[in-house]
Design a protein around this ligand. Sequence first.
Ligand code: AMP
Length: 283
Amino acid sequence: MPAKLVKTISGVRKAVQQVKKEGGKVGFVPTMGYLHEGHLSLMRQARKETDFVVISIFVNPLQFGPKEDLNRYPRDINRDKRLANEVGVDLIFYPDENEMYPQPFRTFVEVKELDEYLCGRSRPGHFRGVCTVVAKLFNIVQPDIAYFGQKDIQQARIIQQMVKDLNFPIKIKVMPIIREEDGVAKSSRNVYLSQSQRESACILYKALCYGKEKIKDNVRPTNVIKKMKEMITKEGGKIDYVELVDWANLKPVNKVEKGKKYILAVAAWFGKARLIDNEVITL
Ligand code: AMP
């Protein structure tokens, strides 16, 4: 059966209630659309582990800053429908802004501290927008399991904290980063890249692999980060950040300890595209 396209909250609730009445488990993948293999890998996992797979496609204005790419963010619902069908999605929730944020809208969800560094620092208000929309989507879809990508690791960690703090009865699964052959992480924003920028962009993954190896070899994080920044800059990338943070609190560290988990994360501009990527390092 092709995926059902539903634009209303009441329509989603009705379909999900029916599934739950029959004892089915609901899997959920929130997205902003313009689907690629990264998104599809989450949907395939949901398909494996649950009985009814819901995805949302909503470019959430609340998580974009005033100078960011909300208006030019790529959109193609017909292509998305076809791809979702190919992986066996049951329901696509495709609301408009008015359905999600009827005015006046006055309630926001904010997770403290975990947004102080990495993307939280360069995109003020971004994670407040993400948490608010994800909390709403969780209340609308009421999934048993929700799937997120490691690609946006700060987002995944913040959502895990939100779910714990606010007692959402939902299991969060974080799935590995899906990459192009040359290592570039799949992203809807890669369409902004010219051919030469696209070729240069693979330096992010190269720098991460270099950095991971050096951190494991006990080289000082400040030296590793300096070298990574040089590598990226040399390829024409404009650095937003390169940081090594503690996995638990997402704060930068300049010394590592055995037995702990870290995230080495990068964000850099290639032309109009701000790309992010990361590696988890367990020592
Ligand atoms: P987005 O549409 O960019 O908001 O992404 C929706 C979900 O897909 C998020 O949980 C992302 O982390 C995840 N995702 C995006 N790109 C990738 C990727 N290359 N590999 C794995 N997951 C991804």
